[in-house]
Write a protein that binds this ligand. Structure first.
Ligand code: S3P
Length: 173
């Protein structure tokens, strides 16, 4: 735990990016995002990687990023893709903060967003909502198991979530 990274985990669309941006504005943290790292490594969008090379290949890229983070990154807010928490070294990357919300609330949040269509389109695993709900139900207990800190983000602003996060991770500093 000496590395002091804060690792944001949680289901697709729960608001990891929005909370990360808010934390950055209100603290000394700089944020990086595992999907962004993968997209720049590959010079293609996550959606294209899934289409051209499949999910298994994408998970290999996540593994590479996870190892790199463990070795090289400190004092950083690391926002992750919804499946990144499965990397077996994740606890070595930093304090794990789960952004938690029920599936229906997450979908509602995405659908109410001005860029809803784009947000749905860029996430291959949200293209079938029935399958996505199943994935959520499978993952939720696993998210809870790996998390050091849980923040219920339902109906809360990114600003309030950010405040709660900074307060809760303080004790790990
Ligand atoms: C995934 C979530 C996505 C992205 C990829 C796979 C997942 O990130 O990494 O589409 O397995 O849940 P977001 O959680 O930022 O949507």
């Amino acid at each position: 735990m000496s590395k002091k990274n804060v690792v944001l985990i949680g289901f697709m669309g729960v608001g990891k990016g929005s909370v990360a941006r808010e934390v950055v504005q209100n603290s000394n943290y700089v944020a990086i995002d595992t999907d962004d790292l993968i997209e720049s490594m590959e010079n293609r969008k996550v959606k294209t990687i899934f289409e051209e090379d499949g999910e298994i290949y994408f998970r290999k890229l996540e593994k590479k990023v996870a190892k790199w983070l463990e070795k090289n990154v400190q004092n950083t807010l690391v926002s992750t893709g919804g499946g990144f928490f499965k990397q077996n070294n994740i606890k070595k990357v930093g304090i794990i903060v789960l952004l938690d919300s029920p599936f229906d609330a997450i979908i509602k949040r995405i659908k109410e967003h001005p860029n809803a269509e784009k947000k749905l389109k860029k996430r291959p695993l949200l293209s079938n909502l029935k399958a996505a709900r199943k994935l959520y139900n499978e993952r939720r207990p696993e998210y809870l198991k790996v998390a050091d800190v849980v923040i219920d983000v339902t109906n809360k602003s990114a600003e309030d979530c950010s405040k709660e996060l900074l307060k809760k991770v303080e004790k790990y500093a």
